[in-house]
Design a protein around this ligand. Structure first.
Ligand code: NAP
Length: 265
């Protein structure tokens, strides 16, 4: 079956949503888009997407709905508007990082015959643009496999909620790694060691991936979203290290809109 005939509604055209929606449009899917700030949809509309006036209109005729929203509050707000308009047979894929608790709230709102897959992603705006995201899927992705393949590689995590759960584990570990590199650089500086030497030698050890993230230039994962993810993780278990990392991320409010790497500058 040619799945490019599947009509997609994409809601949430922030830094991640825009390149993801663009890939689906470029693949030939009929695409309807909605974003709270409508102006961000302009380049997609110019490229052939249809702009919906509200979330309900966006999803009314969709076969597949994809949401990419900031946090649980955003997902709830959009869900309240769009869920009553979902028709039976629609597949809803939530790629936002909202954690399993909020995911369960969304699942409880589903009308008969609508499925919801939690599919949060690892990888930033650069990998969203090239279709190289790591997609952590909770639940059955078979009906939307080809759509997800346009966006990245799917790792099946188990039943509903398992993707949202693994995302919190992976992202909070990655953020803690960046915080550890940041603090190591502070220590090295106070000991009079050159930054380049410190990064090179730290990078050859177990924190290599975190050093790579600190040096990455194609990512845009704002510190505020990182703090949101760490806070979501700490609601699920007692995690004193991550609670400290959360406070660390909020130390300098001027960094909140900057990419996570800014904390290690
Ligand atoms: P972003 O650029 O801040 O975009 C957030 C989106 O949520 C925008 O479309 C925004 O609409 C919308 N939104 C926020 N509050 C809303 C509300 N109350 N009602 C309706 N819409 C609302 O964030 P992003 O970087 O695209 O990230 C999106 C999600 O992916 C987050 O959960 C993030 O943690 C996760 N993620 C991000 C990255 C990354 O590198 N950036 C990587 C992996 C996962 P407006 O445009 O109107 O503000």
């Amino acid at each position: 079956m040619d799945t490019t005939s599947q009509k997609i509604a994409f809601l949430g055209l922030g830094s991640m949503g825009r390149p993801m929606a663009r890939r689906l449009l470029d693949a030939g899917h009929p695409l309807t888009v909605w974003n709270r700030t409508a102006a961000k949809a302009a380049p997609l509309v110019e490229a052939g997407a249809t702009l919906a006036a509200n979330p309900a209109d966006a999803v009314r005729d969709a076969d597949v709905v994809i949401t990419m929203l900031a946090d649980p509050a955003a997902a709830r707000a959009v869900a309240h508007e769009m869920v009553p308009a979902l028709r039976p047979g629609t597949h809803w894929i939530d790629t936002s990082t909202i954690g399993p608790d909020a995911g369960r709230e969304l699942a409880a709102m589903l009308p008969e015959g609508v499925t919801l897959t939690d599919a949060p992603v690892m990888g930033s705006v650069d990998r969203a643009a090239t279709g190289d995201l790591l997609i952590l899927a909770g639940g059955d992705t078979t009906p939307v496999a080809e759509i997800l393949a346009r966006l990245g590689t799917v790792t099946p995590c188990g039943g509903p909620g398992a993707g949202a759960a693994l995302k919190l584990v992976l992202i909070s570990a990655a953020i803690a790694g960046v915080a550890a590199v940041a603090e190591s650089l502070t220590l090295a500086q106070s000991l009079g060691l050159p930054r380049e030497l410190t990064l090179r030698t730290l990078g050859a050890g177990p924190l290599g991936g975190a050093v790579g993230r600190v040096l990455a230039t194609g990512s845009h994962f704002p510190v505020a979203l990182a703090a949101k993810d760490v806070a979501l993780a700490t609601t699920n278990a007692e995690l004193p290290l991550l609670e400290t990392v959360h406070r660390f991320l909020l130390t300098d409010p001027s960094l909140l809109t900057e990419d996570l790497a800014a904390v290690a500058r």
